[in-house]
Design a protein around this ligand. Structure first.
Ligand code: ADP
Ligand code: 5GP
Length: 215
């Protein structure tokens, strides 16, 4: 199997982190690239598991050292994907699942063209607001910023290969899982396909030669 990068993008609150977490729990063929961010840690988040939480200075030092495969300013904070995280996951033979905003997804896919791009949509504007407010992670000002930014992020949906509406969580998780399964058997991703088919033809020839006509 040839492992590949998978990016989930969505307006904040649509549920991409929840979908990614469930997929990672259930599928040993997936690994997660832990991003860096300058935003503060939320209650329940763990440094090194959810993000590498960095000061602005530390983030800029990583950026200037060329450590990021992509980085972007999102909702007034910096976020970036470490090349070494992506390499670590792919080298372990697992597909590399990432939660990246629309700007970062564009940069990353330009550098890694075999990336699968999945956009997660909320079922409605009302549901998005309810989920974002229900998460309780933002004050009103930051919540409004995320909702305003959602409009611009939605305009990028046409760049994505797949679109999954996160209406019912289990269904959305299943759909993203199906996308990964289908991508894994894409013609171009199958390792040494020509050799495999040539071997199969050889086996068939031996079978055919072993059959006696009229026997
Ligand atoms: P994102 O990572 O896209 O910002 P989260 O995964 O943090 O979004 O989800 C935002 C909130 O919505 C969380 O409180 C999560 O539990 C909830 N949520 C996620 N998916 C669903 C769903 N299908 N139905 C209802 N609530 C959901
Ligand atoms: P949150 O602060 O809610 O965890 O994430 C806010 C936004 O930052 C989301 O759109 C999320 O996809 C994006 N994000 C998370 N990690 C990265 C990353 O490594 N790079 C980029 N460009 N965006 C990221």
């Amino acid at each position: 199997m040839m492992p590949f990068p998978v990016i989930l993008s969505a307006p904040s609150g649509a549920g991409k982190t929840t979908i990614a977490r469930l997929l990672l729990e259930r599928r040993p063929d997936l690994g997660y690239s832990v991003s860096c961010t300058t935003r503060p840690r939320r209650p329940g988040e763990e440094d090194g598991r959810d993000y590498h939480f960095l000061s602005r200075e530390a983030f800029e030092a990583e950026r200037d050292a060329g450590a990021f495969a992509e980085w972007a300013e999102v909702h007034g904070r910096f976020y970036g994907t470490l090349r070494r995280e992506v390499e670590r996951v792919l080298a372990s033979g697992r597909h590399c699942l990432m939660d990246i905003d629309v700007q970062g997804a564009r940069q990353f896919a330009a550098a890694f063209p075999d990336t699968v791009l999945v956009f997660v949509l909320p079922p409605s504007g009302e549901a998005l607001l309810q989920r974002l407010a229900g998460r309780g992670s933002e004050d009103t000002e930051r919540l409004l910023l995320r909702l305003r930014n959602a409009k611009a992020e939605l305009a990028d949906v046409a760049r994505y290969h797949y679109v999954v509406v996160n209406d019912e969580l289990e269904r959305a998780v299943e759909r993203v899982g199906s996308i990964i399964d289908a991508e894994a058997v894409r013609h171009a991703r199958i390792h040494a396909l020509d050799e495999q088919v040539a071997a199969l033809i050889g086996q068939l020839e031996r079978q055919i030669n072993g059959i006696q006509p009229g026997g």
